[in-house]
Design a protein around this ligand. Structure first.
Ligand code: FAD
Length: 386
């Protein structure tokens, strides 16, 4: 299928893309149906991806990373989606770009050596625990507390919807160190899985993304050393908001990558399937539907690349990234609807990848900030300026 080329990708990016594509086709795609059924992929895959240099794309070389740029990350996201499931890519990207990032950016040198280095090797898996049963979009409303007692903090509370909750060895946990200060009272902590009082309460059964482990966490008098604080006390909310830019850009990129695969699959199907004496593709309404989808997808891709370019150059990219996430998530869901429709009854059957895409992509306008929250950001930061 023809897609517009982007001048952002150099030969080096394309070589890296080819390496990821080769890895996905040999070491993920043949097993993905089994992992989806089992509700988890093997943890050993992290070590394998660490060996191949996939887990530290943008991290400094001195920690074992590749010192790459955002285009390398985008190529990685797009190629991971070639496995025709979104659970595994989401888990891996939560590890690489949504959780370990806090330790990389705000952690001490000791924390980076102790946690980031093994995370880049795939020896330790990371998760980010912000959402709670009573506070998701409203991050400032979290109720988990961290009370200082001498050289320790004691955590109490619960988290929900936490990706990597079965595989993770290390959790970056948001908790209130000062309940009276609203968002200024939130801090981020490193909590290791085997810490007494900390447990996975439940692995959640989901509509889609089955190969990704999503769970509910409980903290009961969890005592962690004071030096497990990430960055400064009271700055957690700002760290989370800053990291959302990467997280949301990656969410946009995943939506584009997965929709691309779905559209290619559907295009192939409409060229093979016949009705009323000719290929589905030869019915004009079908071909035009595909043309509309290809056009919308290209718009989503280019908006995502534009937001990536703004992010790469530094500065405030929250409006551009929010636009990309909002648009890509909604376009991908429209594509899911129409691609399934073009498969007819087969689209509803699990043997056809479009059925999984339809379920998996539904998370896109919810996770990492809902479409409504994206519109809020665009309205307040992008439109309501003098
Ligand atoms: C599979 C999965 C994986 C996840 N992984 C993680 C993870 O690893 N770590 C983590 O911390 N969280 C994770 N989440 C949580 C995710 O980020 C939240 O679900 C999301 O932010 C929405 O929060 P909520 O579910 O509490 O919905 P709510 O905030 O309760 O929102 C409910 C509805 O109200 C709307 N709404 C809320 N506020 C406004 C407003 N101001 N204006 C208009 N509409 C509004 C929302 O858009 C939504 O439609 C995950 C969720 C899922 C489903």
């Amino acid at each position: 299928m023809i897609t517009a080329r982007s001048h952002f990708f150099t030969e080096e990016h394309e070589m890296f893309r080819a390496q990821v594509r080769n890895f996905v086709s040999r070491e993920i795609t043949p097993y993905i149906d089994q992992w989806e059924q089992e509700g988890l992929f093997p943890k050993s895959l992290y070590r394998r991806m660490g060996e191949l240099g996939f887990l530290g794309i943008r991290y400094p070389e001195k920690y074992g990373g590749s010192g790459g740029d955002i285009w390398m990350t985008i190529a990685f996201c797009e190629e991971l989606c070639r496995c025709r499931a979104l659970g595994l890519p989401m888990s891996v990207l939560v590890h690489t770009d949504m959780s370990s990032t806090h330790i990389a950016r705000y952690g001490t040198e000791e924390q980076r050596q102790q946690y980031l280095v093994p995370m880049i090797k795939g020896e330790k898996v990371c998760a980010i625990a912000v959402s709670e049963p009573a506070a998701g979009s409203d991050v400032a409303g979290i109720q988990t507390t961290a009370v200082r007692h001498g050289d320790t903090y004691v955590l109490n509370g619960a988290k929900i919807f936490i990706t990597n909750s079965v595989h993770a060895d290390v959790f970056c946990v948001a908790a209130k160190t000062d309940k009276d200060k609203g968002h200024r009272g939130i801090s981020l902590f490193i909590v290791e899985r085997d810490t007494p009082g900390f447990r996975l309460a439940k692995k959640l059964q989901k509509l889609g993304n089955h190969s990704s482990d999503t769970g509910e966490l409980v903290f009961e008098e969890v005592r962690i050393p004071r030096h497990n604080l990430i960055g400064e006390e009271g700055k957690g909310f700002y760290y989370i908001m800053a990291n959302f830019q990467d997280e949301r850009l990656i969410a946009a990129s995943l939506a584009v990558g997965a929709a691309q695969q779905a559209l290619e699959d559907t295009l192939r199907y409409t060229r093979e399937r016949r009705a009323f004496g000719k290929r589905l593709f030869d019915h004009q309404t079908v071909a035009h539907r595909l043309a509309d989808m290809a056009t919308e997808l290209e718009a989503a891709r280019q908006l995502t690349y534009y937001a990536a370019d703004v992010l790469q150059r530094g500065g405030d990219c929250s409006t551009e990234v929010s636009m990309a996430k909002l648009f890509a998530a909604e376009v991908a869901n429209r594509i899911a609807y129409h691609c399934l429709q073009l498969h007819g009854g087969y689209g509803y059957i699990q043997e056809f990848p479009i059925e999984r895409f339809f379920r998996d992509i539904r998370l896109s306008p919810i996770g990492g900030g809902t479409s409504e929250i994206m519109r809020e950001i665009i309205a307040k930061r992008g439109l309501d300026r003098e």
